[in-house]
Design a protein around this ligand. Structure first.
Ligand SMILES: [Fe+2]
Length: 231
């Protein structure tokens, strides 16, 4: 048996592990969604160029922020706040891909969607340790877009199958975009190249943002949702 057997569903760009109809109260319930798509390559290259002009994301600049050391970088650096045309186009592209995803899974919503995202930069021998973005009753969808050409994979942990059958390994290529349920943990192993750049992002519903704002006094202000903007 491997990770792709039993309750594994693949339908075009949609990959899902889902347990349906628990047969007893002790049975395990799970539902992991992935959507694999592509953004326009020209846009991908323009985005890479735009981000490399910014000193904090360019490894050759002395003011570059090493996010493997600075652990609030991914929260506070919302690139979707930028007014550049590339970012506006990317937002539209993500919206379009998200709507295709929703359509295929039969999810309908009139809610505004919010986004928060950051350039994810690795240098030779660096890696992203296993982590998840959001895991609570308002957690929604996260994503990543590969900007550079590296032969790397993003490895998703399909609990608890991965414990015995390994990670769900997704190959990255320029412009590849993966959307996934925000609570799914994932990692990127140590890279051999000099440089790897992707974009990580989180999506939130209006309901989640309202809840966060109404209960702000009990919330951590250093939360990614607090930095999100309308998609
Ligand atoms: Fe991540």
């Amino acid at each position: 048996m491997d990770i792709f057997q039993d309750d594994f569903v693949k339908n075009g760009k949609h990959t899902r592990w889902v347990s349906l109809n628990k047969t007893n109260p002790f049975a395990f319930a799970f539902d992991y969604h992935f959507w694999h798509d592509k953004i326009d390559l020209k846009l991908n290259n323009k985005l890479k160029k735009l981000l490399l002009k910014k000193k904090q994301y360019n490894i050759n600049n002395k003011n570059y922020i090493d996010q493997t050391i600075d652990n609030t970088y991914w929260i506070t650096n919302n690139i979707f706040k930028l007014k550049d045309v590339e970012i506006k186009t990317l937002k539209k592209e993500i919206k379009k891909i998200l709507n295709n995803f929703f359509k295929q899974v039969g999810f309908e919503t009139n809610e505004n969607i919010y986004i928060q995202g950051w350039p994810s930069v690795l240098k030779k021998d660096q890696y992203h340790k296993e982590h998840f973005h959001e895991a609570h009753r308002f957690s929604f969808i996260s994503g990543n877009i590969m900007l550079t050409d590296n032969k790397t994979t993003t490895d998703y942990y399909i609990y608890p199958r991965s414990c015995q059958f390994g990670y769900y390994k997704c190959e990255n290529s320029p412009g590849s975009i993966t959307l996934f349920s925000s609570y799914i943990s994932h990692k990127v192993d140590k890279i051999n190249d000099e440089f790897r750049m992707s974009l990580g992002f989180n999506l939130y519903t209006q309901t989640a943002l309202n809840y966060y704002n109404e209960t702000k006094q009990n919330q951590d202000l250093l939360s990614p949702i607090n930095y999100s903007v309308k998609l």
